[in-house]
Design a protein around this ligand. Structure first.
Ligand SMILES: *Cc1c(COP(=O)(O)O)cnc(C)c1O
Length: 325
């Protein structure tokens, strides 16, 4: 398979490190644990949206756009990284934030503000409607807005994670390391969709497990499979059926998206205190909590290797201070 990649701009610090987590592996006495550090991509701290934005910003510039518009929750890492990418390329940035404006700007919201993004709060209004209004207003002002969907999860954004699998395969070959499982937090699905396609293109033989942070497994699985297939077409690979390669686990949804429970609290403290690595309360804390639980249940054997893909998010931590104590 020979994908034809569109142009990208250079935003992320790549390749991100791949290294073992020896103390965590020993503590859990399960499989050998490795971590892929996409929390170190840079772009107003780091995270998985940096890889997506390399392709999204390149397309925006190619289309002559001068403004990025996207959408997310108040503590969206995607919004923060989009605001940073816009600043880096001299573009304007408008963020449609779901919900009410909080009294104090903390975490990602503080960074959005420092990065110069314009914020529009939906309160109880329909997100798409507000987005449409923001775009119309920008056009009236003579601007050329470029729309990025929730999480940057379209074929353009997902392409960043197809290439991330090439990067991982090269690193794993160099160690050498045989990875049996990848565990990753899955929200809007673009990251996992790109990985699933990248696994196919670059011959990764292990299994990719997405720990859902917001959706039921059946819905997210369908969404990821559709996006992976569409991304294959986008890259000139024709029609690939990837549905049977998509694994989503929704056992750790708890009370829903962004609601911190003991699962996240334990995972955050364990990884921080055994490895000196900071996770986030919404995505990687939940995914790591899931991984810890799966290890305790004996889902992996001792001889296997599990890679935890750290997708970032620590910029949100201060906004959750009262939930993490
Ligand atoms: C957005 C995000 C994810 C999920 O990525 P999707 O492509 O939306 O599934 C995981 N971790 C962090 C920290 C994120 O910000």
């Amino acid at each position: 398979m020979n994908p034809k990649y569109p142009n990208r701009v250079k935003i992320a610090h790549l390749p991100t490190p791949l290294h073992p987590m020896e103390r965590l592996s020993k503590h859990l006495s399960g499989p050998t644990l490795y971590i892929k550090r996409d929390d170190t991509t840079g772009l107003a701290t780091g995270g998985n949206k940096a890889r997506k934005l390399e392709f999204l910003v390149a397309e925006a510039l190619a289309q002559g756009c001068d403004h990025l518009v996207t959408v997310g929750a108040a503590q969206s890492n995607h919004c923060r990284q989009t605001a940073a990418a816009a600043a880096q390329y001299g573009l304007g940035c408008s963020l449609v934030m779901k919900g009410e404006e909080p009294p104090l700007k903390t975490g990602n919201l503080l960074l959005d503000d420092l990065l110069g993004a314009h914020m529009y709060w939906t309160t109880d209004r329909d997100t798409n409607k507000v987005m449409g209004e923001v775009v119309a207003e920008l056009r009236t002002m003579g601007r050329k807005p470029y729309l990025i969907p929730l999480g940057g999860s379209n074929v353009v954004g997902a392409t960043g994670y197809v290439l991330a699998m090439q990067e991982l395969m090269a690193q794993a070959t160099a160690v050498p390391l045989n990875i049996d499982f990848i565990v990753v937090a899955s929200g809007s699905g673009g990251t996992q969709a790109g990985m699933v396609l990248g696994a196919e293109v670059y011959g990764f033989r292990g299994q990719i497990i997405g720990i859902s942070v917001s959706s039921e497994a059946s819905a997210l699985t369908t969404q990821i499979a559709a996006l992976a297939t569409a991304t294959a077409t986008h890259l000139g690979l024709g029609t690939l059926s990837l549905a049977d390669k998509v694994n989503v686990n929704d056992d750790y949804l708890g009370d829903g998206y962004g609601i911190v429970s003991e699962t996240e609290r334990e995972a955050l403290r364990m990884v921080a205190q055994l490895e000196g690595i900071v996770l986030d309360p919404v995505y990687t804390g939940r995914a790591m909590g899931g991984l810890i639980d799966l290890i305790r249940w004996g889902a992996f054997t001792r001889g296997q290797t599990v890679l935890f893909w750290h997708t970032g998010g620590a910029a949100a931590l201060s906004a959750f201070a009262d939930k993490l104590g």
